[in-house]
Design a protein around this ligand. Structure first.
Ligand code: 5GP
Length: 176
């Protein structure tokens, strides 16, 4: 419990960018049958703030995916920990993700969602770490690009902690 946290993206920067993203999504999805599909657990604060800046009728659903366990690098093995609750057939699905790192999680999810024949699928991610990309994936709405560091806060955890932190920080596990 002695890690040191350095602020990387402030609460103010997060909220300003998320407002812009919500406004853009509102314009792009006017008249669509929008389902925001949040990837648990990391999306929960981002999704809650983003959907309140989208001025459209929409549904929210969630899928639980896990690829990290309690480590700070991806295991590469994706597991479904909770399935969605409603059919996606004919819907305009917007995946809401906390961070795209290797891209393996998104590759897996996009493959699974195609089977449910939505009308469209796009990806919205708060963060992207290009240095770690293994499988390129198109991010239609991106909040911020980050360097190759392990980030925590605003939904993102380290061993289950820090999700409630209001800003994105960098963890230094050797700090005290
Ligand atoms: P990918 O499959 O793209 O490698 O990883 C996606 C998932 O790994 C994210 O949804 C997130 O849960 C986790 N992840 C990737 N990078 C980080 C990071 O820097 N910090 C935290 N807390 N989780 C990360």
């Amino acid at each position: 419990m002695s890690e040191r946290v350095r602020e990387l993206i402030s609460e103010r920067e997060l909220q300003a960018r998320i407002r812009e993203m919500g406004q853009q999504i509102s314009r792009d999805y006017a008249g669509a049958d929008l389902v925001m599909l949040g990837v648990l657990k990391g999306c929960f604060l981002f999704m809650a703030d983003l959907c309140r800046h989208i001025d459209l009728p929409l549904c929210c659903d969630f899928v639980g995916l896990s690829s990290y366990g309690d480590r700070t690098s991806s295991s590469g093995v994706v597991r479904i920990t909770a399935d969605l609750t409603r059919p996606l057939e004919g819907k305009d699905v917007l995946i809401v993700e906390d961070i795209v790192d290797t891209g393996l999680t998104m590759q897996y999810l996009l493959g699974k969602l195609q089977d449910r024949v939505p009308r469209s699928i796009k990806l919205c991610s708060l963060l992207y770490k290009p240095a770690r990309c293994v499988v390129p994936c198109k991010i239609d709405y991106l909040g911020f690009t980050v360097d190759d560091v392990f980030v925590i806060g605003y939904g993102l955890d380290f061993e289950g902690r820090y999700r409630n932190q209001r800003y994105i920080g960098v963890l230094d596990p050797d700090g005290d």
